[in-house]
Design a protein around this ligand. Structure first.
Ligand SMILES: Cc1ncc(COP(=O)(O)O)c(C=O)c1O
Length: 413
């Protein structure tokens, strides 16, 4: 491999800022996949990612074939599409295809674990204060059966392995945590957290929706037990489809609660009147796919994963680091305070920062004025906690960040 190609492949050499710059032609080619970028300064991938043209085309092609062929098309394509997409997800996560199942969304994956994990009255689940409700509500729902949800306070918007170790008790069974916190963008050290959980005989469940597709995540190396992510944000898929990872050796620890005909082996004899009821479920994460799947979502995801793989996850991550560093410097030059942790291993594509003056907007009117200024300039960005809250993906540019900062300047502190 020549040197230029090696650099483009994003060899990080242990450093977090890779030298893997994209050429102007590459950026133009990438951006041509996202028509919305011609109209909008799109800084909202943390809310909803953009669907690439090629993925939209794959959905349109499938719809066309279904419209014209009905069941003949479904029979011919469904299984192959699901298995091909499963292999692509496994490739992204460096795990086995039989460790992957498809969900409707992030929340469903957490519910699968919450309903299938054998828990006794008095058992505890550890969650961080401020987590997205998907990681919390399924456990509160088990309170009627005596399961205790314990909240761990964040320290300077961080949840560290030492904090988790200190909070773990003999009754703690599982830590449920986001890979990337949706509000601050803090990225958890999954390998170290898995090690804390396992040292105590417990488990780690990860909500990966705010990181997967932007930041590399090796499920085998980190030793996470369960992981779930909707595909509609950084993975550039459609709403209504998510992925679920269950480590091979953990499947047997989950009760077969969430089952249906889709949980049976593919070669179950449809003519045998008893076989469908004999509870001979597949020994794979696919067991959770109880019935028909979201094939249009799978068509989109398969193409989007192919696109992400073509560009290269390491290069995507390096570009997000460069762009977010650029945004942090531009914000700080204006006297904005960046709330998002930015240290090695804890940064992400999400940035939360105050208006100039270094304090969150106190008055709802101030925030409304700021958001209105963004809308008028066609800048898609969110507000949260009196701050600007944005998600930067590889398809963004420094020019877009400049446009955002001009709007911040125009409104003032
Ligand atoms: C951390 C986190 N989890 C879950 C979700 C949404 O999950 P679902 O895919 O179930 O809609 C979001 C959406 O913003 C999120 O930020």
């Amino acid at each position: 491999m020549d040197q230029a190609r090696a650099a483009r492949r994003g060899r990080l050499n242990g450093r977090e800022t890779a030298p893997s710059r994209f050429t102007a032609a590459e950026i133009a080619e990438i951006r041509s996949e996202f028509p919305a970028l011609a109209e909008l300064t799109y800084l909202s991938t943390n809310g909803l990612g953009l669907l690439p043209r090629r993925s939209a085309q794959a959905v349109a092609t499938r719809l066309d074939r279904l419209t014209n062929g009905g069941i003949a098309v479904a029979f011919a394509d469904d299984e192959e599409l699901a298995e091909e997409t499963r292999r692509r997800v496994a490739h992204l996560l460096s795990c086995h295809a039989d460790e992957i199942a498809f969900t409707r969304n992030t929340s469903e994956g957490i519910l699968w674990v919450a309903e299938s994990l054998p828990l006794a009255s008095g058992d505890e689940i550890l969650v961080a204060q401020g987590e997205f409700p998907s990681s919390v509500l399924p456990w509160l729902g088990r309170a009627q059966r005596g399961v205790v949800t314990r909240f761990l306070a964040q320290a300077q918007r961080r949840i560290t392995p030492a904090m988790v170790a200190a909070a773990w008790t003999p009754r703690t069974r599982l830590l449920a945590i986001s890979f990337v916190q949706y509000n601050s963008g803090f990225r958890a050290d999954l390998a170290a957290l898995a090690s804390v959980a396992h040292r105590h005989g417990g488990l780690l469940l990860v909500d990966a929706i705010q990181g997967l597709g932007a930041l590399r995540l090796d499920a085998a190396a980190t030793q996470v037990d369960f992981l779930t992510a909707g595909t509609q944000k950084w993975l550039l898929g459609l709403q209504g489809l998510g992925i679920f990872f269950c480590r091979r050796e953990r499947l047997a620890q989950l009760e077969a609660m969430h089952v249906g005909p889709g949980s049976l082996p593919q070669d179950t004899d449809p003519e045998d009147p008893l076989a469908p009821y004999d509870c001979n479920f597949v020994a794979a994460a696919r067991r959770f796919e109880e019935g028909s799947r979201n094939y249009l979502g799978l068509a989109a995801l398969s193409e989007s994963l192919r696109f992400i793989d073509e560009i290269g996850p390491a290069r995507i991550e390096a570009r997000i680091r460069e762009l977010t560093d650029y945004a942090v410097a531009a914000a700080e030059r204006r006297g904005c305070r960046v709330e998002s942790p930015r240290g090695a291993g804890e940064w992400s594509g999400i940035l939360l920062f105050t208006p100039p003056g270094g304090r969150p907007a106190k008055e709802p009117d101030d925030m409304r004025r700021l958001m209105e200024a963004m809308r008028q300039r066609q800048i898609a960005i969110n507000g949260r906690e009196g701050c600007l809250h944005m998600g930067i993906h590889f398809y963004n540019t420094t020019e877009e960040i400049d446009r955002l900062m001009q709007a911040v300047d125009a409104v003032g502190g």
